[in-house]
Design a protein around this ligand. Sequence first.
Ligand code: BGC
Length: 250
Amino acid sequence: MTNIGFGIDIGGSGIKGAKVDLSTGEFIGDRIKILTPKPATPEAVAATVAEIVQQAEWEGPVGITIPAVVRGGVALTAANIDPSWVGTDCNELFAGVLGDREISVLNDADAAGLAEVNFGDPRAKEGAVILLTFGTGIGSALLIDGVLFPNSELGHMMVDGAEAESFASSAAKDREELSYGKWAKRVNTVLAEYERLFWPSLFIAGGGISRKAEKWIPKLEVDTPVVPAELRNRAGIVGAAMAVAGHVHP
Ligand code: BGC
């Protein structure tokens, strides 16, 4: 019998969910996407999450990613989401709309890391690896032999006097209309700083912009190899589904 899970990825523009084949990391059926409500308060987002689960006619456990630090089920930061998330008990919030079932809420980049370890590049589970997601912010997953050190927030590290994600996210590239070359230089500055402090054996670059990897990864000049994530857009949903199936409750 197929081992099926369900994951939901909460992003700044869309909230996406799908059934996931947990033995292959592939979606089963269509991915459901609903625009993120504005303002994206916990209550409004929870209502959208419930709508997705209902549309999918899914009654089992649900894994959910949010772009924030989650510890003990509580969101502790809100860099790119509504500030009212800080202090929200996510387990309670989602249990309120999804009822009595297992729910796991975790950071979006951590979920992408879990997904990559299980279904992506085999090097993701070898040694000290940093997976980064380039999007509205920069998310990070610190991995050691495939095991996650949760809630690293490397996008907020100060690099050259500013938070890394403020000048090297893909949103910064769009906002400032940077060429791939100019943006890659900024990414390089950030990676060089991570390299200097963490000495990983590999960087894995995820997020939407990893689909255009050939346009910027070859321009990077750090010593550590950089490879594009294999899971790309699927990573958040797959990682969320896996987290709840594995009873991961950060
Ligand atoms: C948040 C992280 C998140 C990343 C990617 C950052 O601004 O602080 O928690 O993983 O954006 O969404």
